[in-house]
Write a protein that binds this ligand. Structure first.
Ligand SMILES: Nc1nc2c(ncn2[C@@H]2O[C@H](COP(=O)(O)OP(=O)(O)O)[C@@H](O)[C@H]2O)c(=O)[nH]1
Ligand SMILES: [Mg+2]
Length: 153
């Protein structure tokens, strides 16, 4: 894996990280419960437990430190902002991108979810995505990989 081209998906359990990871990387199969860091080319999927267990938090910090882009994955029906502020502080200067997921859910209010992120000081670009709407994934993917290309060119 080429250094400095890696993005890592961070977010709570059930946020939709693994589903998004599979959609972005073309990995097949069901989004089974993620037990450990999963690497696929330049992407890293992380277990949501790493957010809530202090003893696992160290591993998350290390993985984030190795990454070039941090993707905060947030389900549109989640009313709580989950990104620990310290995580962005220790990764200052890194690209940060938000993904509001499951926007196909009935009554989904992606705008409200985005405001929640903004109210908590999240200032990277925010994308609204659903695995059931391929065009939203394509747009997000283009942004993610487009940024990677721009950086190395
Ligand atoms: N409706 C809908 N469900 C989704 C979407 N993305 C993920 N899910 C569902 O949300 C649940 C959690 O997804 P998963 O990717 O395992 O979340 P993770 O714990 O963050 O890795 C699963 O039941 C997924 O099928 C989406 O875009 N739309
Ligand atoms: Mg998972």
């Amino acid at each position: 894996m080429e250094e400095g081209r890696r993005f890592v998906l961070l977010g709570a359990i059930e946020a939709g990280k693994t589903t998004l990871f599979n959609a972005l990387t073309g990995r097949q199969g069901l989004a089974l419960k993620t037990q450990a860091m999963e690497y696929e080319r330049d992407a890293v999927d992380t277990p949501g437990e790493f957010f809530s267990h202090p003893c696992m938090y160290r591993a998350l910090i290390n993985t984030a430190a190795d990454a070039d882009t941090l993707v905060y994955v947030h389900a549109c029906d989640d009313r709580e902002y989950r990104l620990p502020p310290g995580l962005l502080e220790v990764n200052a200067g890194k690209r940060v991108v938000g993904a509001i997921t499951k926007i196909d859910l009935p009554g989904a209010d992606a705008g409200a979810a985005e405001r929640l992120l903004r109210d908590n000081g999240f200032d990277g670009p925010v994308f609204h995505v659903s695995v059931h709407r391929p065009e939203t994934i394509a747009l997000f993917k283009a942004h993610l990989y487009g940024l990677e290309e721009r950086r190395t060119s």
